[in-house]
Ligand binder design. Structure first.
Ligand SMILES: Nc1nc2c(ncn2[C@@H]2O[C@H](COP(=O)(O)OP(=O)(O)OP(=O)(O)O)[C@@H](O)[C@H]2O)c(=O)[nH]1
Ligand SMILES: [Mg+2]
Ligand SMILES: [Zn+2]
Ligand SMILES: [Zn+2]
Length: 382
């Protein structure tokens, strides 16, 4: 597949940014008497000094896209980016996954000769304030509140996670941007076209699929672990994103590649331990890629492993997890544009909304991220 079309996007609306910033504005804006300085609105200042005379501060680059116009993070013109967004029904595990991925990437970098760090001190502090540590003494995060366009206050999930990836010999740092959403928003077919356009301008989407909704899992585990059903089909979420893409990008335009990702895979594995059930037969072979997890150990994206796993998971989804529509959608989406993944952030089902005492060696969480980083040319394919 070809490389991504742009090397740098706005981390808020995911619009591709021109090589040279054209719009700048004053970072202070307010003059104290209720009015604003002349440079409060982003504008082009070709040939001028780049200073707000009224505040005596340097002007900062802003996103050119009209309904965004956010100040770009300091130093953004020096980096390349991969911008990803989450999708999936309510309760499918998006927020827990975002936290886990950020932490695992820091470890993965250390093991594989890359330096991975929060983009800046501010982005690290914002991450730490937002995500308290997941451990058995603290309850898991509450459901993410839906966001609305022009909301009174920016909601916390509108702040993207930004991780800087540095590699010896690479002239520019690469930044992985990861944006959470509320399941409630993507379950809404009428979600605002302008506000949610980042979903279809992304370099990739991660669609989480909750296996706790599947009959084979419910029948095997009901009464033993908490299963929350969203009561909403993940294929319908994909349909909503597709119609958003139709309005924003037009019908023929390329869609962002889609990582169709079965979350909470610990539930599927636990259900397969119940003897003489459909899942125990489906997952009986020890040679299945499903029973292995090479994602942290290697820097490269292992294409053979990924292809075999993709095959196993398509069968699992269609035959055992009640998701034949997802597989059909993926087939219709185009060759190589959609891949199936399986992850477990907690490694084991939570107990009373807390991480279980013996959690969490997570399972395969970095696979979807490594796929997108491979598409961006940042990690090699093996
Ligand atoms: N068994 C298991 N349960 C998980 C895992 N990750 C999350 N959960 C459960 O799923 C619940 C919801 O997780 P969240 O990450 O908040 O879900 P979400 O997709 O962000 O939900 P919304 O914000 O409502 O859209 C958690 O409170 C846990 O009970 C996992 O890896 N395994
Ligand atoms: Mg959430
Ligand atoms: Zn923007
Ligand atoms: Zn000013």
């Amino acid at each position: 597949m070809s490389q991504q079309l742009t090397d740098r996007r706005c981390p808020y609306c995911f619009a591709a940014l021109p090589a040279k910033h054209e719009l700048v504005a004053c970072p202070v804006k307010s003059k104290g008497d209720g009015s604003e300085c002349a440079m409060a609105t982003p504008q082009s200042i070709a040939g001028e000094k780049g200073i707000c005379e009224e505040h005596g501060v340097a002007l900062v680059p802003h996103c050119w896209y009209e309904s965004c116009r956010q100040a770009l993070p300091p130093g953004w013109h020096e980096v390349t980016t991969t911008c990803l967004a989450m999708a999936g029904t309510r309760n499918s595990g998006k927020t827990v996954y975002v936290w886990m991925v950020a932490n695992l990437l820091l470890t993965w970098g250390r093991l594989n000769g890359l330096t991975v760090s929060h983009y800046s001190t501010e982005s690290r502090i914002s991450f730490e304030q937002r995500f308290t540590r997941l451990d058995p003494s603290a309850s898991l995060y509450g459901s993410t509140a839906p966001e609305s366009p022009g909301g009174f206050r920016r909601q916390v999930q509108q702040e993207p996670i930004m991780l800087r990836i540095q590699e010896a010999g690479r002239s520019r740092d690469h930044v992985l941007v990861l944006r959470d959403v509320a399941g409630e928003n993507v379950q809404d077919a009428a979600m605002d076209r302008e506000h949610f356009r980042f979903l279809v301008q992304a370099d990739g989407l991660i669609l989480l699929v909750d296996p706790g909704d599947a009959r084979a899992v419910r029948n095997a585990l009901d009464g033993h672990v908490d299963l929350h059903s969203a009561g909403f089909n993940p294929a319908a979420v994909w349909g909503n994103v597709e119609s958003l893409a139709g309005s924003v990008l037009g019908s023929g335009a390329r869609r962002p590649p889609m990582a169709v990702t079965i979350s909470k895979f610990d539930l599927v594995l636990a259900a397969s331990q119940v003897p003489e059930t459909p899942l125990s037969e489906a997952l009986a072979g020890h040679g299945l890629r499903i029973h292995h997890d090479p994602s942290l150990d290697h820097r490269a994206y292992d294409l053979d492993d990924a292809d075999l796993l993709d095959c196993e998971l398509r069968t699992l989804c269609a035959r055992y997890l009640d998701q034949p529509q997802l597989v059909e959608r993926a087939q219709a989406f185009g060759d190589g544009r959609a891949r199936f993944f399986a992850i477990s952030s907690l490694g084991t089902p939570p107990v009373a909304q807390r991480v279980a005492r013996h959690g969490t060696p997570s399972y395969r969480c970095l696979d979807p991220i490594k796929w997108f980083l491979m598409l961006a040319g940042l990690v090699p394919a093996a």
